[in-house]
Design a binder for this molecule. Structure first.
Ligand SMILES: N[C@@H](CCC(=O)N[C@@H](CS)C(=O)NCC(=O)O)C(=O)O
Length: 271
């Protein structure tokens, strides 16, 4: 009974989103009859949202980016991700999908790999074990590395210092596991021709967080002599043309993050 009720409310909710989109964007919709309509609720400083933008570009999917203005949240965000109320959210033909790792799987399923003229890359290998490794590391990067790095940005005092130590540990852990993974399973760019799921999750950590964390939060990543594989990966990813085209202006990111950090520290001083 409960399940039926939830399904009904989900359907009602999807219709609600669809109607809202239809009423606000009738003209655009007219030009898209018979085509996919893809919208991404995003924010320029979000590594989670940036990985989805990167995934869509790698697959060659056209989409409309709708920028959230935090701390305010649009009604579309609240309606399309009522559980977490967070970005990224992808709205595909009126149907919302949330949580970046779920979204990456969705994108892989909805726009599967193609060969030939309309070539589209695969984010996951066809080998079940290699797929599980890629998912494991994508989850590690999402849950441990990026989430803890974000904590450096939003905390002060002991919690801030603890987050810094944890990020160094996670960075070293990733570095330690990268070479065998790259060689054996092509889970990482280092050993494969194309970017896979773990690369797509890790890339925005490098392009959006690596510099600002060090310049704004008085934090130091272990240097390249301690982590050759990870630094080779970083320089390879920075050269990737689609990564470059998806990376927002570093000056804008630095400015937004410095402002955010200032708000966090001045609030802490007032308490
Ligand atoms: N685990 C989530 C994390 C998403 C997340 O934390 N998004 C942030 C932006 S970077 C957000 O929307 N924060 C607003 C909030 O949670 O209130 C994912 O992978 O999608």
């Amino acid at each position: 009974m409960m399940r039926i009720k939830n399904l009904q409310s989900l359907k009602g909710f999807q219709v609600q989103i669809k109607n809202r989109l239809l009423s606000t964007q009738v003209t655009a919709q007219k030009n898209l009859v018979g085509e996919d309509r893809v919208q991404l609720l995003t924010s320029v400083t979000s590594p989670f949202a940036n990985s989805i933008a990167l995934a869509l570009k790698l697959k060659g999917v056209q989409y409309e980016a709708l920028e959230e203005q935090f701390p305010n949240k649009s009604q579309l965000l609240l309606d399309s991700n009522p559980v977490h109320k967070s970005i990224p959210v992808l709205i595909h033909n009126g149907k919302p999908v949330a949580q970046s790792l779920v979204l990456l799987e969705y994108i892989e399923d909805a726009w599967p790999a193609l060969e030939g003229e309309n070539k589209r890359p695969a984010f996951l290998s066809t080998d079940p074990y290699a797929r599980s490794l890629a998912r494991f590391w994508a989850d590690f990067i999402n849950q441990k590395l990026i989430d803890t790095a974000a904590r450096i940005m939003i905390t002060v005092g002991d919690e801030h210092e603890k987050a810094k130590k944890e990020v160094v540990d996670h960075f070293l852990t990733l570095n330690r596991h990268m070479p065998p993974l790259a060689a054996d399973s092509q889970s990482f760019f280092l050993g494969s021709q194309e970017m896979g799921m773990a690369d797509i999750v890790l890339s925005p950590f490098v392009t959006l967080m690596f510099q600002p964390l060090q310049s704004i939060c008085d934090f130091k990543f272990p240097d390249s002599s301690k982590c050759p594989p990870l630094y080779s990966w970083i320089s390879a990813i920075q050269q990737h043309p689609i990564v470059k085209s998806t990376t927002p202006d570093p000056a804008l990111i630095a400015q937004k993050m410095a402002f955010y950090r200032q708000v966090v520290t001045s609030r802490a001083r007032q308490q």
